[in-house]
Design a protein around this ligand. Structure first.
Ligand code: AMP
Ligand code: MG
Length: 335
């Protein structure tokens, strides 16, 4: 392991920095969808109109993938009582993708974790610590072998419930990027509830500068420069509750124990080409912990990552050594 010291980059107050020195027409629109705030920064003459029509596309995905909307595909699956149901092709693709990612990550990414999440109250906001019996009962209803797809038909075993919260924002981001690229957009930055997806560069040709939120303060832990990439972070500091025992319980569940993840990692950021892959991996590698994440990276590759440990250390992969900087904090390179 090598330590890299980088020069002070100055104080940056915004989490996301998207400043253009160019006079090209720009649209910046923020809205609430899929249970999160989204901000689309799009350049080009049609940017305003495209942003509006893209928001409509996102609302369509929200209607498909909401766990609470009684008309959603996910609700349909979760209340199917073992019957086969027909879903939108985008939902079928999201399920197939999630099952593949579950397999690739040895089950760390698990879209059938919903019964356990429910027991912990993460779905309603009425958080509580479930009993050991509830945890083992809900865990027994999870497992990716309990859900099958055939084209747009989905069959989930009775009692099995899905939640694509671990990858849906990344999936929506990829759909949004494709939508804008097909409309000729060459410069845009999409913030989808903290998932960042960039199209091309800023209009002046420089890369986008993304502030990485610190898990320990309201400030940023560092800045990453990207072009045409996705940057997705998972951590238990985002959604958590303090139990009656005074302990902190986060929203990412270890599918083996049924308990919220508690390990040596405070956050995992994945940088890669596809938002959906980065999103699923950020959740999965957070579950795996430091050693598991590094082993996974070494075995598979194809992405870069920033691991922030509970000891407040920042570890990054070689591929982003030149594009990631901090305001003087040590950076450890994963080798
Ligand atoms: P993210 O912020 O992308 O890491 O996603 C976290 C969300 O994914 C949680 O709020 C849950 O809805 C869901 N989730 C929790 N644990 C898991 C897991 N082990 N695998 C897949 N999804 C999970
Ligand atoms: Mg995720």
């Amino acid at each position: 392991m090598r330590i890299k010291k980088l020069p002070v980059i100055g104080i940056i107050s915004a989490i996301l920095i998207a400043i253009s020195g160019c006079s090209e027409k720009k649209s910046v629109q923020s809205f609430f969808a899929m249970n999160t705030y989204m901000t689309f920064t799009i350049y080009g003459t049609e940017s305003e109109e495209l942003s509006g029509s893209l928001q409509k596309e996102i609302y369509k995905l929200e209607r498909l993938w909401s766990v609470t909307d009684e008309n959603s595909d996910v609700y349909k699956i979760n209340n199917s009582e073992g019957r086969t149901v027909l879903v939108d092709e985008k939902t079928a693709q999201l399920i197939d993708f999630s099952l593949i990612m579950s397999e690739k990550t040895g089950g760390a990414f698990n879209p059938t974790i919903y019964p356990v999440l429910k027991a912990w109250g993460f779905t309603t906001g009425n958080n509580r610590i479930p009993t050991a019996e509830e945890i083992s009962e809900t865990l027994s209803r999870t497992g990716c072998g309990k859900i099958k797809t055939d084209g747009n038909s989905v069959t989930a075993e009775k009692g099995t419930m899905v939640d694509f919260g671990g990858a849906a924002k990344g999936y929506a981001g990829d759909i949004a990027v494709d939508y804008l690229k097909n409309k000729g957009v060459t410069s845009a930055l999409l913030d989808i509830g903290g998932n960042i997806q960039a199209i091309g560069t800023k209009p002046d040709g420089s890369s986008w500068k993304i502030g990485l939120r610190s898990p320990f303060s309201d400030g940023i832990a560092g800045t990453i420069e990207i072009t045409d990439k996705a940057v997705v972070t998972s951590g238990n500091y985002e959604r958590f509750f303090i139990g009656e025992d005074g302990k902190k319980y986060g929203h990412i569940i270890n599918p083996v124990t049924g308990y919220p993840v508690e390990n040596d990692l405070a956050s995992v950021t994945i940088i890669g080409k596809e938002g959906k892959v980065c999103d699923a991996l950020s959740t999965a590698l957070f579950v795996m912990g430091y050693e598991g994440a590094v082993d996974f990276y070494k075995e598979t590759g194809g992405f870069d990552m920033i691991l922030i440990t509970e000891d407040e250390e920042i570890h990054i992969t070689e591929g982003i050594a030149d594009s990631f900087s901090t305001d003087g904090k040590d950076i450890f390179i994963i080798e």
